[in-house]
Design a protein around this ligand. Sequence first.
Ligand SMILES: [Zn+2]
Length: 247
Amino acid sequence: MIDTHAHLDALEDAPGAVGRAAAAGVDRIVAIGTGIESSRLTLAIAEANDGVFAALGIDPHGAGGDAADRVEELRELLRHPKAVAVGETGLDYHYGGDRRAEQQRLFEAQLSLARELRKTIVVHTRSANGDTAAHLRRHGGTVVMHCFSEPELLDSGLDRGWYFSFAGNVTYPKAQPLRAAAASVPADRILAETDSPYLAPQPVRGSRNEPAFIRHTVEALAAARSADPDELASRIDANATAAFGLR
Ligand SMILES: [Zn+2]
């Protein structure tokens, strides 16, 4: 299995979490940076651990000040062979509604870097569907919509070939609409992630999430799609290989 989105730099014991994941059959992890320092740490963790790859970016919470200028600092880090994507980046008007223009500038700078370096982009979006779709409409590269929880974006994303990655919140009792969305994503476009240390899936809800728990999310997705969990897991593995260009 693969966990396509984990904040390993936010875990106290990243090598321990990687080891527990491997013991649970999770042999690949895409670790995600949220800012420049976080991206440096994330890359160091990927470098030190087999099967761990890195996405490097500045998330919308970091918008403002000189953040958009610091995107240049990602360029050097992204040359590393284990750096497979730009992100997470995107728009969050739920928590940053007062900085929409700064968020858009930061997002656009990273989209342009991803195009230039031919890297996949990992997108976070919350309460900003219209603007997120507008920015991505102008972007030609591979898009991974992380922690997908905005079913109304499904149609524009499917038309444009985005990958949709589902996190632990798809397992929650009230998430029936999200499970319905997950059921309608084509088999070659679906991914699963933990978003560790956040959003622990239902059976371990309330504990700190880590990549070993991805199995619970895959099982919930399989149930929603009336699919065999093992088959879906290997499907997701193949999709992630394609989405991130993993070798
Ligand atoms: Zn994240």
